[in-house]
Write a new protein. Structure first.
Length: 469
């Protein structure tokens, strides 16, 4: 029985008393986020009276999703067959758990549903009722999932759920609940529901802030967008483990989503996904179809997650590489078995001389210094065959994307920084002009043959095509 806690000292003993009415052989494990009110110390104080009581201390307030993820990992690592999760605020009655266990051998997940009884939320105020019903409506609408996906009272049958299913969940916050249930359901897990009545909280206060509500909403839109583009992104393909290189660690954090997330991060990520879907991806496909014939061997250098390759992989013989082990994992998740990615540095590509008919690079060059850009272009030339072509989508120093970021920083300062914008990223290689890019290419022995900069992607990239003599 896994119970995440933060400032729940007064609820420890009352909740444990409710477990006295639960039959069976089980452990109760509190996963505490270093609560300043002494929650962990209270658990330690009563452990002598509860031999089946465990405490797992976490270094700080890391988010509800990471607490559930840590609890599930703990259960797998210690050989448990089942794990039940519930809140510590006394709204989840552990005496209902036998009803869940009655169903767990016929389903991989059993969830408590607040939407099957006529008055399942007694004592709740209008705002909390509205948020609960809205969350249920949105998860049904976007994910086509009929279950109560935002509730934490559930049991997982670990004997029948591959641990890799949980590794696909990215959210560290409240949205872990619906994201994890969707991924399990999407991977063929059966879900059963138990009708529950959830009383209003009597002790303590809710930890759900307005920002966390916004984060959950944008995470849902992002999940929906990714599913529409690439359903494979959320299928457990049992991929081989990648060994992360030290020089890729910052990009690994970027591609894994990081340990924390805020509303501004999700707003920007959601906007990025939609911009890529409706502007960048069609633009890239048009350029690639124009300059590369069918079945040519082409390298996507700095491939990221590879969502832009979903159509190109059927026309070209694609290979891909990225310095980030997490990006390579995502790329394989999306694009196997059509093409395979390798972990590698653009300054030292893991390929032999003259292996490729073409290379393309999308929104990466601007993150390198001029001397590094020269080295990367030399590497591209090395692995290109004579007559091979290079396509670069290269960001300018000033673009609508940079204007939007600056505007967001300005707005957040007016709002007394209650809404924090993502930090500015250094782009020492952003282009000042077409001439600058062509000078880089000629210096590397590559002949520029095409340039475009215009409304197709809202002036976000210089598109350059060069050829190896």
């Amino acid at each position: 029985m896994a119970i995440p806690t933060y400032n729940e000292k007064d609820n420890i003993v009352p909740l444990l008393e409710l477990f006295k009415g639960v039959p069976g052989d089980f452990h109760i494990a509190y996963f505490d986020d270093n609560s300043p009110d002494g929650t962990a110390e209270e658990v330690e104080r009563v452990q002598k009276d509860w031999p089946n009581l465990l405490l797992v201390r976490r270094p700080g307030k890391l988010g509800l999703g990471t607490a559930h993820r840590d609890a599930i990992r703990y259960a797998y690592a210690n050989g448990y067959s089942y794990i039940a999760t519930l809140d510590a605020d006394l709204t989840h009655d552990p005496r209902l758990l036998p009803q869940f266990f009655d169903l767990i051998e016929r389903a991989e997940v059993v969830v408590g549903s607040r939407h099957l009884l006529p008055d399942s939320l007694p004592g709740w105020n209008l705002y909390r009722r509205a948020m609960t019903y809205l969350g249920h409506f949105l998860t049904r609408f976007f994910l086509k999932m009929p279950y109560d996906a935002t509730g934490a009272l559930r049991i997982y049958n670990l004997k029948r759920i591959p641990q890799g299913n949980f590794a696909l969940v990215r959210s560290p916050g409240y949205s872990f609940l619906y994201e994890s249930l969707f991924i399990l359901w999407n991977n063929g897990c059966r879900v059963a529901e138990v009708p529950i009545e959830l009383p209003a909280r009597h002790y303590g206060s809710s930890k759900m802030t307005l920002e966390q509500i916004l984060v959950s909403a944008f995470r849902l839109v992002l999940l929906y967008s990714n599913v529409r583009q690439s359903p494979d992104l959320y299928l457990n393909k049992d991929l081989p483990e990648r060994v992360a290189r030290t020089d890729g660690s910052s990009w690994d954090r970027y591609w894994s989503g990081g340990p924390r997330e805020g509303a501004s991060d999700l707003i920007f990520e959601t906007c990025t996904v939609w911009f890529r879907t409706f502007f960048t991806k069609p633009y890239l496909e048009r350029i690639m179809y124009r300059f590369f014939g069918p079945r040519l061997r082409v390298l996507h250098a700095g491939c990221g997650s590879g969502l832009v390759d979903l159509r190109l992989r059927h026309r070209l013989q694609l290979s891909a590489c990225d310095i980030s082990a997490e990006a390579v994992r995502l790329y394989d998740q999306v694009n196997l078995p059509y093409c395979v990615a390798r972990q590698g540095d653009l300054l030292s590509l893991p390929y032999g001389d003259e292996e490729f008919d073409g290379i393309y690079n999308l929104g990466v060059m601007e993150y390198f210094r001029p001397d590094e850009i020269a080295g990367i272009l030399q590497e591209f030339k090395r692995v290109l065959r004579p007559g091979g072509r290079l396509v670069l989508f290269w960001s300018p120093r000033s673009s609508p994307a940079s204007w939007a970021r600056k505007a967001f920083h300005w707005f957040s300062s007016l709002a007394n920084r209650k809404l924090q914008a993502p930090p500015e990223q250094a782009t020492p290689g952003a282009l000042a002009s077409r001439q600058q890019a062509e000078d880089y290419l000629r210096a590397a022995g590559l002949r520029p043959i095409y340039h475009e900069f215009g409304i197709r992607d809202l002036f976000s990239h210089h598109v350059l095509v060069a050829e190896k003599a």
